[in-house]
Design a protein around this ligand. Sequence first.
Ligand code: FE2
Ligand code: FE2
Length: 366
Amino acid sequence: MEPSKDFISTFMIAVSNCSLYSKEHEAFDELAKKTLAVLEEDLKDRLEIMIIDDELIVNKKPLRGGGLHRINIIKRLKKKGISRVDFLEGITLSEIKQFIIDISEPGKRLKSYPHIRTGAVDIRMGGLKMDAVDINNLTFSPLEEIEKVKEVFHSAKPHRKLDIAGLEEVVVHFIGSFKKEANLLKLLSPIKSYSEYTYTHATNVSILSVLQAESLGIKDDLLHEFGMAALLHDAGKLFISREVLDKKGKLDDKEYAEIKKHPLYGARYLAKMDHLTRLAPIIAFEHHIKYDGSGYPDSRLNGKKQHICSQIVAISDFFDALRSRRPYRESWETGKIVALMKKNAGKDFNPMLLNNFTGLLRTALN
Ligand SMILES: [Fe+2]
Ligand SMILES: [Fe+2]
């Protein structure tokens, strides 16, 4: 086997076995030692791994084959928002052990390791930036994140796949920043201009939804999947004409009927994406259905109950839509929005979820 393929397999065997043993167990110690030995064999002065699209690039060459281990390492790293890892000469057994542990635990943030650099490949500015960025030192900057969301949405076409990895990174950043920022409303971004609404709204809805979900005990992989699905709740609007979406005045019946198709378009589009779970099309389809079953699409879910994650997104969606200034109306004060939502609890919104949401707002504002 070529050395780099050998490293990916040994490393992934250690990662997937890690949760089976206590960290002091000699079997884990053996696997980590083996990984280090293969790494030292590979390491001229560094071993560099990058993920570009869905390719694994090892020391600047695409790695072919490698089967499930190659697919799994791409998945694991993407979930951490990482698309680049550099292993440097001088790496120790305790560093590689810690790295294996951190990669194997879904909700765990990576630490800094003296001889392992983790970060993102920046391909946005044309050409690769070769320096790895330390993801632990990144802070969430709403405007930068919205730029990323914007790029991904701009490149979305009916017959093209979305750059899911780019969006994964955004979600990883704001889940990480929750722990640092006490006033979570500060993470929400104001609308810079009307044309920015789609991306800003998507990002804000995802932040508000993850915030609610986390407070209800959802964590790790599911929290991340939910953040992604919420970010894409309005993906169907990519297929609605600009004239209708950007219309400043009131919509006529025909235009409104077109807008009402975005849940179905979104669900169809997202169902075709390889790297998304079922949650994304479900939320896209259901987010305009109300708690009492009214709203649209009119299918009334054929007797099925609306998914609780769609109910969470419906709350975030309504709140963010009203707090944003639009060409046809001013933004609303938080208190006024909350009062209206409470009035419609049990009809438009799940009362238990709404109660939890207003509690979170109160804590954030005090
Ligand atoms: Fe929508
Ligand atoms: Fe929306």
